[in-house]
Each structure stands twice: as C-alpha cells, then as structure tokens.
Design a protein around this ligand. Structure first.
Ligand code: HPA
Ligand code: ZN
Length: 318
C-alpha cells in the first residue's frame, strides 16, 4: 500500500458510526435518527449532513471521549496507509470556546496522537477550525483559543461549516489573529460557492491552501492563477460525489485541475459519512482517470510539501 498524506479530515467527521453509537449508549443519548438500517450515517444533502454531524458530535462530551476518538480515527488512517494526517478540531465542540476547557480537550487529543506516533502509527497535527454558520463573533473566540495553543500539535487555522453563510471578509479578524500567532491558514471554499468564493478566501483571508476549491474549474483564469501561485487544493473527491457536487468520479474536476498545473491533493473529509477511506479514494481515482503509482506518489509529495508541520517532521515521513 502506498504511503499517504491526508490534509483535510474533520475529527468528529471521521468518527466511526459504531463508536458514536457506543458513546450514545453509554450516556443514554438518543441519536438513533441519524443512522440508517445498516447502522451508517444518513442524510439527504449537505445542510442535513451538517445537522447529522452536529448530532453525532453531541455524544463527545469529555476530553477522554476525544482521546478515544483520536485513537479510533488514527487506526482508520493507518489501515489506509496514511503516514501523516492533519485534522480539523474545533473549540466550538471541545469545551464551548472556553480556553481552559479547550486546553484540556486539546491535550487529550494531542497526547493520544503522540502515543500512537511513538508506536510507529501516523503523525497527526491539528488545524483549529471556526464554523462559518456559527458567525464571526464565535470565530473570534475560536481564533483566540487557537492563538493561545499554537505549538507542535496545533499548527493551522481554518474555517468549515456552511460555505453559503456570510462572507469570508466577516472572518478577516480571526484569520489575521491566527496568522499573527504563527498559524498556517486554510479555508473551505469552492465546494458550495463558485469561483468567486475561492478568490474571496485568497484575498480576504490570505490562505495558502483551499479546502475543496474544485469549482475553480468554472473559471479558467482562476485555475491559471491557482497554478501560478502554487495554491494547494485539499480535494475530497468521494465527499463531493456523495454530496452531489459532481455526478460521478469521471466528471470530477480533479483530473483537469491537475492537468492544468494546479497543486491538487487527495483527502477524505468525513470518511464514514461518505463511505470512503484514503485507500478507496486512490482506487476510485485510478479507475476513473487511470492514475498510476507515479501520479499518486506525486500527489503525496505535494501534500507533504504543503503540510502544516516543521521540516524535521517532513524529513522523517518522506
Ligand atoms: N464541510 C464543511 N464543513 C464541515 C464538514 C465538511 O465536510 N465536515 C464538518 N464540517
Ligand atoms: Zn471539509
């Protein structure tokens, strides 16, 4: 199995449904409505997905729950040959943006991840993420939590959630705060918004990577600009297909973006929600576009190059 590098993975979104059901049972929380008869997560569209995601997340209530989650997620990563991953973590879900509580959650996640890495498992880094539909005020509190916890685990700051809610410029203060604290920046755009949404996160938030960005293909001048500037796209093809951004794998824009010189990478987003794994993504891309091991090695090199970790960590993984 090829060694893989994953840059776009929501921590709660990677929670296996059985794990979430187990915690719900332990805590007597009824979230049976978010599962189908086979026990998988069920939702009708992206906005419903966000609701189901938040319901699943409601069972994660203590730092220890997050430590268990981190171990479960890294086990899945390792099973797909992932050697390095970055995960979105949010003080909105971990302690309600209270700095003291956030530190406790964060240390639980970081310590669980370090223990896995020490035993030869994947390396994990955290990208603190504000939630767009929670609004700019909560994003400011999130950015302050991020700025206080920059370190060898928290290396980035980003924004997720409903891309159609508000404007990137509403979040400029938060991104400036994170940048000044030394964090690397990424933002979800160009999944539900068109090309302008990508231009906006580049100009208003100053990000160096874009989460998704796949609708850049609707504006070839933007595609050229992304290629020239070396902006890295965190492409999650299986997620896009599951949510209907593209009708099928062959119609996904990743191949054309790559052909036009954009630095594309491959990730899973919320793997059990979208019935995918990194191994599955690679297999489907091979089938759809005949991508070979050389192409996948190039993708992994791009991802490692764009990773928000230090040079020593990169050297250890390469
Ligand atoms: N996209 C946007 N926001 C999210 C996602 C996602 O896939 N998962 C959790 N929050
Ligand atoms: Zn995402």
């Amino acid at each position: 199995m090829l060694p893989k590098v994953e840059l776009h993975l929501h921590l709660e979104g990677a929670a296996p449904p059985a794990f979430v059901r187990g915690l719900a049972k332990e805590k007597s929380i009824d979230i049976s409505g978010i599962f189908d008869a086979q026990g998988g997560y069920v939702f009708t569209d992206f906005w419903h997905f966000l609701k189901v995601y938040e319901a699943a997340t409601s069972v994660l209530q203590t730092p220890e729950d997050y430590a268990r989650l981190t171990r479960a997620v890294l086990e899945q990563c390792a099973a797909s040959g992932v050697v390095y991953a970055e995960t979105f973590v949010s003080p909105d879900f971990c302690g309600g943006r209270d700095l003291g509580a956030w530190r406790e959650y964060l240390h639980a996640i970081r310590d669980a991840a370090s223990a896995v890495a020490v035993q030869g498992g994947p390396e994990l880094r955290g990208i603190v993420t504000c939630i767009r539909h929670f609004g700019p005020d909560k994003a400011r509190e999130t950015a302050l939590c991020a700025a206080e916890t920059v370190g060898d685990f928290i290396t980035g700051f980003g924004i997720a959630g409903d891309e159609t809610s508000g404007q990137p410029k509403d979040f400029r203060w938060s991104f400036d705060c994170a940048r000044e604290a030394g964090l690397r920046l990424t933002a979800h755009a160009g999944e539900w918004g068109g090309p302008q949404s990508i231009r906006d996160v580049l100009s208003d938030l100053g990000v160096e990577r874009v989460g998704h960005g796949v609708r850049a293909i609707e504006d070839l001048a933007l595609v050229d600009e992304l290629a020239e500037r070396g902006i890295v796209l965190e492409v999650c093809p299986g997620s896009n297909i599951a949510l209907g951004v593209f009708p099928d794998w062959r119609k996904h824009s990743i191949s054309e973006l790559d052909r036009r010189g954009v630095r594309v990478t491959v990730s899973t987003d919320d793997p059990p929600f979208f019935h995918t794994t990194m191994e599955h993504e690679f297999q489907m891309l091979h089938r759809a576009f005949d991508w070979d091991d050389g192409q996948f090695a190039r993708i992994s090199r791009t991802a490692l190059d764009a990773a928000f970790c230090d040079a020593d960590t990169k050297a250890k993984i390469a």
